[in-house]
Ligand binder design. Sequence first.
Ligand SMILES: O=C(O)[C@H](O)[C@@H](O)[C@H](O)[C@H](O)COP(=O)(O)O
Length: 254
Amino acid sequence: MSEASVAVHADADLLAQAVAARLVVRLLDAQAARGQASVVLTGGRIAAAVYRAVAALPARDAVDWSRVDVWWGDERFLPAGDPERNETQARAALLDAVPVDPDRIHPMPASDGGADPEEAAARYAAELARAARPGTAALPHFDVLMLGVGEDGHVASVFPEHPVHYENRPVSAVRGSPKPPPVRITLTLPTINTAEEVWLVAGGADKAHAVGMALAGAGPVQIPAAGVHGTGRTLWLLDRAAAASVPARFRSLR
Ligand SMILES: O=C(O)[C@H](O)[C@@H](O)[C@H](O)[C@H](O)COP(=O)(O)O
């Protein structure tokens, strides 16, 4: 489990640009080391801003996108192509602009045809297991897993005080989400924590309380962002407004 590091950028635009540059470097480093790279995406405004910033980076073309596996940490359980789906937003902001291998893009199931969210969660867990490295756990290697942070401290679709905290399976359906839509699919915290690097990206004063609580050691059921960490690195990427309550002990990276 890695100790959290904090990097603060002046505003949300500079934050998105900085995260985008870090993401390109991370993918290049992974490809140099492993011949491929895997990233787990999330939803929300700051995530979409990061994807757009990656698409606008000339350096994006240095990434061999045909050797990047794209997974999702969570998804809004909506029909395929719904503009509110995290997959739809990631494709529009980035994936449609780079030469990915369609077979290496792994969206979470959609709600079409009256699909059952629990069955959809099980299907995604099975897809993850099929991609697992032989002889390892039932999960592929995640080089970087990106998360936004909700005002209530949620990450992916793991919400405070929600039964999802007590789910033993790697992927869970979430009903009664306080953030619309009410039904979602999410990786559980233990699954998130298998990632080599976990990045929590938050901008805006409305995130400052949750960010401060998480870094001050709140419990994960109360503040789910407090319960995530990478096996190699846990990076909080913030703008100044979201960093307002970060405990003084955290060294600031630039
Ligand atoms: O489905 C979603 O919306 C995301 O998975 C969710 O976890 C999001 O990342 C946070 O709510 C932060 O969203 P903002 O960046 O828009 O505040």
